[in-house]
Design a binder for this molecule. Sequence first.
Ligand SMILES: [Zn+2]
Length: 113
Amino acid sequence: MNDTLPPCPECASIYVYQVDALLNCPECGHEWVAQDADDIAPATRDSVGNVLENGDTVTVIKDLKIKGSSSVVKVGTKVRGIRLVDGDHDIDCKVPGVGQMGLKSQFVKKVLG
Ligand SMILES: [Zn+2]
């Protein structure tokens, strides 16, 4: 569907539409070649849709049981310096009091600012 089209690289308009292999921006008139969707790594997004980047600080939005232990990462835990990785758990990070572990992006919220 069209909601996966990237924003215009010239003016960042989100009203981009596609005609065959060309993407068109109705706001500034820019045209460019659509990349194969497989070539574009999908952005990793947090629970509310913010795009996550390496080095971001996030908070955990629900208690997360840690596999193989009785420890729980409590809701509200702040995790600094995340690293994005491929996989089911797409965030690699060091959780205070727990250590290095993987988190799922849908269970965190980016700390903006
Ligand atoms: Zn544009």
